[in-house]
Design a binder for this molecule. Structure first.
Ligand SMILES: *Cc1c(COP(=O)(O)O)cnc(C)c1O
Length: 393
């Protein structure tokens, strides 16, 4: 039974240049990371969050395989029933150590970590205030909380300050932000947020999905990047991006973690991650800590590529990280740009509303540690040609 509503919606999406469909991607035939095979052709992958290439690292793959042999594949139940296999606690201890917090709790995905944590973090008479460009999972978590929910314009700490000042005395409040904004690649002004929170008796919740393993001297994320005290914020991050695995965590005090084990529904009512996933994540931590040159390569590539784009005359917004958007504006032009890239052997999809605000459609490119200098030179040359032919530069 089809709903006419679905048909109307799809017709409208197509008319607006906003229809999305899935594209089949296969591994590069020669197993090179930083590349994919699409429609039978090897293309340069400029659209993965596997920044360090760890998903292809032999130690990560071997750890997953060994865990499958030992534990089987599925976990069979939620953590609170019989799914709490040994690699879980080792992983949580590892995350807490890395993030320099008392404790950590693993969730099945970042979406679930944000939804489950924000929806129970403070009582429903509280206030949640989020940056306008926060990830959809943060916004959904705020909405699901039943709390009062406000947004402040991207990075507008004055507006945030005013919103907090206006609230009733003693109302519990949380400031919610991405650490690295996922579609813009800029870094949240965390020291200012922590200072505002302190003045107003609020808490900061930072989503480090794209900061974990990337920024800060040791890759510990935004707290390390800014030299903040880990206790000053609640940190969430994912294992599916720079760590190349799957899953997510919240890191904070032992009390917070005990509370979440008892109250976060997306933790309680779901099957535990397969033990092999947690074992792979542990191996990814080993690699990240023992091979810091991978992160150095990432930054070398990132800076080379970003400088190249700027000197070509592209608008890369305020990107400060390996997420580098190329602003297009109109969603149809962004799609055309992306199709032209694919014809030339480069995969970087157009990002359109509602993922980004109207009129800010873009090509979101991400650099990886494993990209070769030759690949990056080819990408820059090709982007330049297409950008000029479309009158963008
Ligand atoms: C990817 C992402 C998430 C979701 O994490 P998953 O583990 O993929 O569900 C949450 N927040 C931000 C900022 C992200 O970029």
């Amino acid at each position: 039974m089809d709903f006419p509503f679905h048909q109307d919606t799809i017709r409208q999406l197509k008319a607006d240049g906003l229809f999305r469909s899935l594209r089949r991607v296969e591994p590069d035939p020669q197993g090179r990371s930083g590349r994919l095979m699409i429609e039978g052709r090897s293309v340069i992958l400029l659209a993965s969050n596997n920044y360090l290439g760890l998903s292809d690292h032999p130690r990560v793959k071997a750890a997953a395989a060994a865990a499958v042999r030992r534990y089987g594949f599925g976990s069979g139940a939620s953590r609170l029933i019989s799914g709490n296999a040994p690699p879980y606690e080792a992983l949580e201890e590892r995350i807490a150590r890395f993030k320099q917090t008392e404790a950590a709790l693993v969730f099945s995905t970042g979406y679930m970590a944000n939804l489950g944590t924000l929806s129970c973090l403070i009582p429903s008479e509280g206030l949640l205030i989020a940056d306008r460009l926060c990830h959809a999972s943060l916004i959904d978590g705020c909405r699901a909380s039943g709390c009062r929910f406000r947004v402040y314009d991207h990075g507008d700490t004055d507006q945030l300050d005013r919103l907090l000042a206006k609230r009733p005395a003693n109302q519990p409040a949380v400031i919610v932000t991405d650490g690295v904004f996922s579609m813009d690649g800029d870094i949240a002004p965390l020291p200012a947020l922590v200072e505002i929170a302190r003045r107003h008796g609020a808490i900061v919740f930072v989503d480090d999905a794209h900061a974990m393993g990337i920024i800060g001297k040791e890759g510990r994320g935004t707290v390390e990047h800014f030299g903040l005290e880990p206790r000053s914020v609640i940190q969430m991050g994912t294992l599916g991006k720079a760590l190349g695995c799957f899953g997510a965590y919240v890191a904070g005090s032992r009390l917070l973690i005990d509370y979440l084990i008892n109250k976060a529904k997306t933790f309680i009512y779901t099957t535990a991650l397969p033990p092999a996933v947690t074992a792979a994540a542990l191996a990814a931590f080993d690699v990240m800590e023992e091979e810091p040159e991978i992160r150095k390569n990432l930054w070398r590539n990132r800076n080379y590529y970003a400088e190249g784009l700027k000197s070509l005359g592209f608008d890369i917004m305020n990107s400060e990280t390996p997420i580098i958007p190329i602003m297009v504006g109109d969603s149809r032009s962004a799609v055309i740009f992306s199709e032209r890239l694919l014809e030339n052997g480069i995969f970087a999809p157009a990002i359109r509303p509602p993922t980004v605000p109207k009129g800010t459609s873009r090509i979101r490119t991400t650099v990886m540690a494993v990209h070769s200098r030759d690949d990056l030179d080819y990408v820059l040359e090709t982007l330049g040609k297409i950008g000029r032919s479309m009158g963008m530069i």
